[in-house]
Design a protein around this ligand. Structure first.
Ligand SMILES: [Zn+2]
Length: 311
């Protein structure tokens, strides 16, 4: 008996099968179909699940980018998924297609559960995970359990206010962490400064394309001032948000993951640790660690969640 975990992203689908004894299959990777909306995406997930094997399968877990309404398996507000539009009953529809129960969870929640199951957070009962990607996502594990909250919003650290009356966030709010530490918001700010006459390698390296995390790493390595400034701003904002969360719920470990953390590496994570510690009472030490599982954490966590829910 086994579970399969799926990490559904805007460009790719990753999946893994975990047996009852904890052994995991290699992670398989497929492109997310972009032409057929939710129907195509659900069919593609069902295909990957069949490929990994329906025999002895007890349940499937899916980590999805968007608002997952607790208990229903519905996913809404997912701008990264092709033609997703309204809220989609992903869980029930996938369960019909594969014939076993399906649990749907927010993708960052699944990733932090993966890190808790077999990555940097293994053995820790109280953990905050922060994923610095296009936006900033988060997940909270308290007393060894994922904390979802009645509206599924627990751990959503990206929308904590770090600057009163600050930059406009994608959600409409002002001064949220994501507007300082999310890659997309940092790109907007870099292009704004470039247009205002500041020279920066960031725009030169990215051209008209997306300013990927690797572009920030390259510009930073070459001593680009705007890049350094933006990263300093991201670190300061992370420090404020993390110190507030640590003070409120007393987590002892913060795991930082996502594209920006991966590309900027331990240097960034060390700076975030210092910025956080500087704002906390001196007897509340914390550890800040880099996520260990890379892209695989979401699929592994989704499988682990399905296992704890259904088996
Ligand atoms: Zn926001």
């Amino acid at each position: 008996v086994a579970t399969i975990g799926v990490d559904l992203g805007g460009t790719k689908i990753l999946a893994v099968r975990i047996e009852r004894d904890g052994t995991a299959s290699p992670v398989v990777k497929r492109s997310t179909p972009v032409d057929e909306g939710p129907d195509g995406v659900i069919a593609a997930i069902a295909g990957v699940v069949e490929e990994l094997g329906l025999e002895g399968l007890e349940a499937v877990g899916v980590g999805a980018p968007g608002i997952v309404s607790p208990g229903t398996g519905r996913v809404g507000n997912a701008p990264n998924l092709p033609a997703w539009g309204e809220s989609v009953a992903l869980g029930p529809r996938l369960a019909d297609a594969v014939g076993v129960p399906v649990l749907v969870e927010n993708d960052v929640n699944a990733a932090i559960v993966g890190e808790h199951w077999s990555g940097s957070a293994k053995g820790h009962d109280d953990v905050l995970g922060v994923w610095m990607g296009t936006g900033v996502g988060g997940g909270l594990i308290l007393d060894g359990q994922l904390r979802r909250g009645p509206r599924g919003a627990a751990g959503e650290i990206g929308h904590i206010v770090v600057q009163h009356g600050g930059r406009r966030c994608g959600c409409g709010g002002l001064g949220h962490l994501e507007s300082y530490a999310g890659r997309a918001a940092m790109e907007v700010e870099a292009r704004r400064r470039h247009a205002a006459g500041e020279r920066t390698l960031l725009v030169q390296l990215a051209g008209e394309g997306r300013m990927k995390s690797g572009v920030f790493a390259k510009a930073l390595a070459k001593g680009d001032r705007v890049a350094a400034d933006l990263v300093d701003g991201a670190v300061a904002a992370m420090g404020i948000a993390l110190a507030s969360v640590v003070m409120l719920v007393d987590v002892t470990l913060v795991v930082v993951g996502g594209g920006l953390a991966e590309k900027l590496g331990d240097g960034l994570v060390g700076q975030v640790a210092n910025a956080t510690t500087a704002l906390l009472p001196s007897d509340l030490g914390i550890t800040v660690a880099t996520a260990a599982l890379g892209d695989d954490s979401g699929a592994l966590g989704a499988a682990a969640l399905a296992q704890s829910q259904f088996t």
